[in-house]
Ligand binder design. Structure first.
Ligand code: LR7
Ligand code: MN
Length: 531
């Protein structure tokens, strides 16, 4: 009797497992018949064999059916790429025998080149995502991709994956910003692909100013930012545009899957993570808090996130502009993702990760490019700007976690209209035409706001008396001196004890403190970065 019951349970269990697999397979079955190019073996070395509509991984004795996204049919290729000759484009840059494949890009270029310009990848979404539907009248988007010396094969795969895996009507244009790469043709030749535009910077600007440049020429009402070494997955775009269409203050990211820097295998990332940071302003992934995880009954639901990773996101163009875009005084790489995330939350918007949108990214262990001012100093300068502008009293935690940031220039000068605040003689002050660009700016016009002090080397801006109309002057810095304590109030600078604001009065006259009227031009001071 016991044995019969045990057998019955075993049979039922097997039937249940088979049923589940059948259900999953049915639910994800591709609509159209698969193309012949899908039935080749891809991903050599990982034991992956593509059969129509499915990918089977043979590991030990188990066979796991997985769904793959299909590359386009041969006849679609012509329409996708227009007059662009992709073979010639890729062939022009080849590794020479004996070259280190990791040297120029910090990933295995040989493996990337071998993959070619497209491939089938696993659909890594939760199976329930495939059943979701989206508005038929979603607005289109401008895709902004900035790059500096990206490998041709990864850049082209990024672009082709967008064209292959997005509804064509949603792609208004793909704007490439070539951030002064060594070979202008890397970008220029790609403009033969329909919808692709190329803007080349006349000097190295870094990814932050490059993205702003791209956003400023975008014609669609929605902006989509991508790194230059991504592969977008099935239906990646619709969920993001849908969320932004419903509420233009949402800024949304996909789950960012991992493309191996060694063998370019496409690996699913966990769906239980959100963006976080430590007090030194280093980005890290963190587990969704357990209460929130328990409350999630629907795995397709958006995940609210404190910050975004920064490279791959969709947002409304007028919301981006309304928030003041990026801080364009940040250089090269780093920190802009915090700064934008803080703006979004503090200005009443929200940030989300959408589990039904998946985009692969080649994560690297080092930067393959140079930082003109050095990697560490640039990161400090950028994150310090984010901390100074947005973190209020929490910035003290940033400085404790990163003591070296204290006293490091974040490079502001105080500017009003076309004029700069400058010191004259021993303790005199006035406005004068701003002189010298960047490092050539004279010392007399260089200022640093290191709260509560406004410094110029060892001297600080101080009031001469606590009453309206009192002149300001320079004296040796002393953080305990109440006459030297200032704080930013919008674009004005308020003296903390008197509550009065720094006012230039007349351009020539000595600056004084007057009742705060932040709208007045004479009280508006614009920080400007010196590099
Ligand atoms: O001077 C430069 N000019 C550029 O145009 C330096 C870089 N770039 C380009 C570069 O070619 C690439 O397309 O900027 C992009 C990002 O640089 P990566 O790929 O070298 O760096 P990353 O992947 O570590 O970048 C992450 O952090 C950056 C901080 O400034 C940006 O926010 C990137 O967009 C961000 N990438 C992602 O979020 C993808 C997921 C990685 C994570 C986590
Ligand atoms: Mn990247």
């Amino acid at each position: 009797m016991r044995r019969i019951r045990a057998n019955a349970i075993a049979i039922l269990t097997v039937a249940w497992i088979l049923g589940t697999f059948y259900y999953l397979w049915q639910d994800n079955k591709p609509q159209s018949s698969p193309s012949s190019s899908a039935s080749q073996t891809r991903g050599r070395g990982h034991g992956q064999k593509v059969i129509p509509g499915r990918l089977e991984i043979h590991r030990d004795d188990r066979t796991i059916p997985l769904i793959v996204t299909q590359p386009p049919r041969a006849e679609q290729q012509g329409q996708l790429l227009g007059s662009f000759d992709e073979k010639a484009y890729l062939a022009a840059k080849q590794l020479k025998p004996g070259d280190d494949p990791y040297k120029d890009h910090a990933f295995n270029l040989q493996e990337s080149d071998r993959l070619g310009s497209e491939r089938a990848i696993r659909d890594t979404r939760h199976y329930r995502c495939a059943a979701l539907t989206y508005d038929t009248d979603l607005p289109s988007t401008s895709i902004v991709i900035t790059f500096h010396n990206e490998a041709r094969s990864t850049l082209l795969r990024t672009i082709k994956s967008v064209l292959m895996r997005s509804p064509p009507s949603l792609i208004q244009e793909i704007i490439l910003i070539d951030d002064f790469s060594s070979d202008p043709e890397d970008c220029q030749l790609l403009t033969q692909i329909p919808k692709v535009r190329c803007l080349r910077n006349g000097r190295r600007e870094g990814l932050i100013r490059s993205r702003v440049r791209g956003a400023n020429t975008a014609s669609a009402s929605i902006l989509t930012f991508l790194d230059s070494h991504c592969e977008v997955n099935t239906d990646w775009l619709q969920p993001m545009i849908q969320r932004v269409k419903e509420d233009h203050t949402r800024v949304v990211s996909p789950i960012i899957d991992v493309i191996s820097l060694d063998n370019f295998a496409y690996l699913a990332a966990s769906a239980d993570l959100r963006g976080g940071f430590d007090w030194s302003l280093h980005f890290k992934w963190e587990q969704i808090p357990i209460e929130q995880k328990m409350a999630r009954s629907d795995p397709t639901q958006a995940i609210r996130t404190p910050v975004i990773a920064g490279g791959i996101f969709v947002m409304d163009r007028s919301w981006f502009n309304h928030l003041g875009q990026y801080d364009t005084h940040m250089d090269i790489w780093g920190g802009e993702n915090f700064e934008l995330s803080f703006r979004v939350w503090l200005c009443g918007g929200s940030l989300e990760i959408l589990p039904c949108s998946r985009v692969g990214h080649v994560f690297r262990k080092r930067h393959p490019y140079d930082f003109p001012e050095g990697n560490a100093l640039t990161y400090i300068k950028n994150t310090r700007r984010a901390a100074e502008v947005w973190m209020d009293e929490y910035k003290q935690y940033y400085y404790s976690a990163r003591p070296s940031a204290q006293g490091k220039a974040f490079g502001s000068v105080l500017k009003q209209g076309g004029l700069c605040l400058e010191t004259r003689g021993t303790d005199g002050l006035g406005l004068a035409e701003c002189r010298g660009l960047g490092a050539n700016r004279p010392q007399s016009q260089r200022w640093e706001l290191i709260e509560p002090l406004i410094r110029q080397q060892d001297l600080c801006l101080a009031i001469s008396a606590f009453t309206a109309g009192s002149k300001v002057k320079m004296e040796p810095c002393n953080t305990k001196e109440p006459r030297q304590k200032w704080k930013p109030k919008g674009t004005a600078l308020q003296h903390m004890v008197s509550g009065l604001c720094l006012d230039s009065q007349t351009p020539m006259g000595p600056p004084v403190i007057l009742q705060c009227r932040p709208q007045m031009a004479s009280q508006s001071w614009e920080p400007q970065v010196i590099t």
